[in-house]
Ligand binder design. Structure first.
Ligand code: F0G
Length: 352
């Protein structure tokens, strides 16, 4: 009998953890790799598409993988407070893991541009929520400055332990498929996650646990696409608030992952992003947040245009749960029916 107790215990010998380290875990990782059943059939192409549903982590996003490591190491080093800038998910994870550890979390969020579920999480877990009159990139800059002048540990992905934790998602995929996929598609915001996956795949490949590494495909919202423009973007805008980022911190690592793997970056409109989110929800029963859906928008587009050839195995990371952003979901759905509380009225609604 083995109770799953989180990714640090699971991958202890591949992570920088000492034998006597107190591990701060909420049982993150070990998320399902779901094979899409209906969308590929309707597409009419012979491709195996899997989604790695990271929305099923304890706080509802992949950030928990990095946060278990970052907070464990912060506590090991004697830190009493952590800080991050966030478009929402990092702040939710930081708040939860800080609560678990018994330390303080400060989170800087952009004014009015964070999904409601994420805000609720940070507040409920007792973080000090500092809303700045600015965007994520400005928050990131402020966090770097304030950490130089106050006793706080930065838990954004510039903290190297974050990527160490996040690389374990690649390990899980290799173990589930018996090898790395041919293509790995994912959203790119601050560019930590694409870098972490590439680290994870490369580590297993180096150690002979997979005979290949995937082509890495990173997708950005058109209004927040610095990698497509070739330079930082001043005023990023997108409905996918999680990836509303103009100046990614892991720029070089992400470009390296793309180039070493023979991959590419591409961009999609907000309409494309929302259409993919709805498609997944309607056709596969999988509800992810808008930013996550860009991985599927990108994969389907690349399959349609033959950039991803038939016969390929494709994995898309669904980075966060759809419940994070109820407003966007409700806004793009059919209105609910309201009827009288009578048998006739309900029958009428069903039989219409
Ligand atoms: N998808 C979701 C749901 C995210 O929350 C993020 C990043 C990304 C994708 C992009 O990942 O930054 O590693 O390229 N969210 C950060 C946050 C910025 O503050 O929660 P990335």
């Amino acid at each position: 009998r083995t109770r799953y107790t989180g990714l640090i215990e699971r991958y202890r010998d591949r992570l920088p953890i000492k034998d006597d380290t107190r591990i701060i875990s909420l049982g993150e990782g070990n998320t399902p790799l779901i094979r899409l059943a209906n969308i590929p059939r309707e597409l009419g192409r012979e491709v195996d598409i899997y989604v790695k549903f990271e929305g099923l982590n304890p706080t509802g996003s992949f950030k928990d993988r990095g946060m278990t490591m970052a907070v464990t190491k912060a506590v090991e080093e004697g830190s009493k407070a952590i800080i991050c800038a966030s478009t929402g998910n990092t702040s939710a994870a930081a708040a939860a893991y800080a609560a678990r550890a018994g330390i303080t979390a400060f989170v800087l969020i952009p004014d009015g541009k964070i999904a409601l579920g994420k805000l609720a999480q940070a507040m409920m877990h007792g973080a000090t929520v500092i809303q700045i009159k600015g965007n994520f990139d400005e928050g990131m800059q402020l966090v770097k400055e304030v950490a130089g002048e106050a006793p706080v540990t930065i838990v954004n992905s510039i903290n190297p332990y974050r990527l160490q934790g996040q690389k374990t998602a690649a390990f899980e995929i290799v173990e589930a498929l018996g090898r790395a996929p041919d293509y790995h598609c994912l959203p790119v915001g601050n560019a930590g996650n694409i870098s972490a996956y590439w680290m994870g795949y490369s580590e297993y490949w180096r150690d002979g646990l997979t005979n290949r590494r995937p082509v890495m495909c990173g997708y950005q919202a058109s209004g927040a696409a610095p990698f497509l423009r070739g330079h930082p973007v001043e005023n990023p805008e997108t409905v996918a608030t999680a990836i509303r980022i103009g100046n990614p911190q892991s720029w070089d690592l992400a470009v390296n992952a793309k180039e070493e793997s023979g991959g590419w970056f591409d961009e999609f409109s907000d309409a494309d992003i929302l259409a993919a989110q709805k498609l997944l929800a309607r056709k596969e029963g999988v509800f992810c947040e808008p930013a996550s859906a860009i991985s599927v928008a990108g994969a389907l587009n690349d399959i349609r245009h033959g950039r991803i050839p038939e016969g390929s195995t494709v994995v898309c990371t669904l980075t966060g749960h759809g419940l994070k952003d109820p407003d966007t979901a409700i806004k793009q759905s059919e209105p609910v029916l309201t009827v009288d509380a009578t048998l006739d009225a309900v029958k009428g609604a069903i039989l219409d």
